[in-house]
Design a protein around this ligand. Structure first.
Ligand SMILES: [Zn+2]
Length: 64
């Protein structure tokens, strides 16, 4: 049992909060959310691009 995997540095989906190696760190959205919530994913992409230096948190969303 390891506390965490040093090699695994998964990105976290800003919409559902799930972390996966399949999530693009550039946009921070998992494939499921892109498919199931395209509108929310698009909005999140815009936010990430707008504040590319800051971490977008799933909490405190100002839209919706
Ligand atoms: Zn997701």
């Amino acid at each position: 049992m390891y506390p965490y995997s040093p090699r695994t540095e998964n990105a976290k989906c800003v919409i559902c909060g799930r972390s996966s190696s399949l999530i693009s760190k550039a946009i921070g959205i998992c494939g499921d959310c892109i498919r199931k919530k395209p509108e929310e994913a698009l909005a999140a992409v815009r936010r990430v691009r707008a504040e590319s230096r800051r971490y977008a948190h799933s909490k405190g969303r100002e839209y919706g």
